[in-house]
Design a protein around this ligand. Sequence first.
Ligand code: NAD
Length: 351
Amino acid sequence: MKIVVLPGDGIGPETMAVTVDVLQAASKRFNLGLELMHDIAGHASLQQHGATVTPALLEKVKNADGLMLGPMATYDFKDEAKGEINPSKFFRKSLDLFANIRPARTYPGVKTITSAFDLVVVRENTEGFYADRNVESGNSEILVTPDVAISLRRITRECCERIARSAFELAMQRKRHLTLVHKHNVLKVTDGMFLDACHRVAKDFPEVTVDDFIVDAMMAHVVRAPARFDVIVTTNMFGDILSDLTAELSGSLGLGGSLNAGLNNAMGQAAHGSAPDIAGQDIANPFSLVLSASMLLSWHAQRSGNAAYLQAAQAIDQAVEDCIANGECTRDVGGKLGTHATGQAVVKRLG
Ligand code: NAD
């Protein structure tokens, strides 16, 4: 398996260094023969190549089996004409990575404000309220006059159906319970189409129990009783917000793994951003990126039929869980270790 590795901005280089160590340890133990192809994106690429991402990099990623993308300082990238392209959007759109899978679960040893839970948010990734990816050319946020602005949300039946199918397939591998999250009471046409598409796909999965919640009420339900949820599917912006909440409810945003998957490509990417407030201090939690790498290995196992990748992914998840239970983790989840030392603890447990 060839994986392109792009450390990214802010805490990216620190957390990606840990992730690389963990991947190499897993490769050695499970004889995966992983080939890690190191390159740059974000500020480093802007400085060196005049653009945060380049067509040559995209080709490299297309020819690989997976991508690990570090967190990006997206807010800094405002003008595409100056090479300031949002790398996350670039890969999601160019590779049609339509399904953003964001698991969140509590861990023994991490204090949380809720009871124990284990759920997955499945977020549509290619349209919705994301102005930089839902039109063929240009941007769907329009400044009509200096005091009037419009933002357009694109919803298509095709994208709704394919994200619904991904979510139902995932629910079949878990507790067979899928929750649809929407704002159908206000967005009658767009979220009406989303709901309709989900109910059509549901006919192919009669074993899955389906319920639905309006997104604002969902925020209360997921805080009050997260254990009642298994797989949650929703549109892009709602999924982005909801999954940050569920990651934080699990103990820290730094625990939120995330995979962006299409039919032929996948990209592991931490759920959080570049966290400039703690960058370079060796205090960032590397687990979000490490768990994202584990998800990439699982995805490859399914695609290639090679069970060794799944075993490696399960061993990484177990090593993270054991580290957390023993306090071998960063301060945000109750430990005392730095980013690097946390990575070494995972590597040691992987043998
Ligand atoms: P952020 O997710 O970077 O940080 C939010 C808070 O969580 C901060 O207090 C930060 O210190 C903390 N945090 C985040 N990751 C952590 C970790 N691994 N360990 C411990 N604490 C962690 O969000 P932000 O500050 O709003 O955004 C910073 C930059 O990241 C912006 O440029 C934003 O556009 C970008 N961003 C990128 C992505 C992405 O690449 N997928 C996602 C979100 C934000």
